[in-house]
Design a protein. Structure first.
Length: 257
């Protein structure tokens, strides 16, 4: 768990790879304006948090409460990224008194179920992980090209992100477990979420991980929710365009102060 910057507190909930380090560009940029608390999911060996296999997905929901307690915060704005959006939304629905605002960035929705692609890797996560890694550049290339039209900028970003991933490797076994836990979990109704909600997505044709149409379902289900598109991004907007993402957060916080 890290705690950097000053100002309005934001808690960043990581995606299903489980490591906060993959979000470093967003953490660094947001910390110029806010107090940013970021952490790794509790079943990661480096997280510093305990977990109980019997609790399943509830481990991650309870962890947000522990993060707030460790930071000495009664409430904060939650920023859930991708799979982390499921966690943040569930915590906000269960404990709305501890959530000032909710931001869901390219987030899965609580009615999500793994599709054919995910079920293929669930059959043998470790054995099939080389295929997953090898095909990732193909899935992400369109949005990286859109975010970085110049080849030099594109190569620098890819090298920097590859270095971040190499230093904080994800576990295929734990990622598969997270999918199973989410599938088995009974989520609270999103209608229980109080306070302002912001859904941030990339452009529909560029997010090939979580379809924009899926993330937008939250807007229809939560009366206070609004949707903002981060231009020239897909699923990786918080790291390809951290300044743009921070600007969106600034406008949301200022407009709901």
């Amino acid at each position: 768990m890290i705690d950097v910057g000053r100002g309005e507190p934001l808690v960043l909930v990581p995606g299903f790879q489980g490591r906060w380090e993959w979000m470093r560009p967003a953490v660094a940029r947001l910390a110029d304006h806010y107090r940013v608390i970021a952490y790794s999911l509790c079943d990661e060996r480096t997280s510093g948090f305990g977990w109980d296999p019997a609790l399943g997905f509830d481990n991650y929901v309870r962890q947000i409460g522990e993060v707030l307690d460790r930071a000495g915060l009664q409430r904060a704005t939650l920023v859930g990224v991708s799979y982390g959006g499921l966690i943040a939304a569930e915590f906000a629905a269960r404990q709305p008194e501890r959530v000032t605002r909710l931001v869901l960035a390219s987030a899965l929705t609580t009615d999500w179920h793994p599709g054919r692609h995910e079920r293929f890797y669930l059959r043998a996560p470790r054995l099939l992980s080389p295929i997953f890694v090898a095909t990732a550049p193909v899935r992400l290339q369109p949005e990286v090209r859109a975010a970085f039209p110049r080849l030099g900028d594109r190569l620098r970003f890819m090298a920097a992100q590859a270095w971040r991933v190499a230093r904080a490797p994800a576990s295929p076994h734990r990622m598969a477990r997270r999918i199973r836990w989410a599938e088995a979990h009974h989520f609270a109704a999103l209608e229980h979420v109080r306070g302002p909600v912001l859904v941030v997505t990339g452009e529909p044709g560029l997010d090939r991980v979580v379809p924009v149409e899926m993330s937008r379902r939250t807007v229809a289900r939560v009366r206070s929710a609004r949707h903002v598109v981060l231009p020239r991004t897909g699923h990786l907007g918080i790291v390809t365009k951290p300044e743009g993402f921070c600007h969106v957060i600034d406008e949301f916080v200022a407009g709901t102060a």
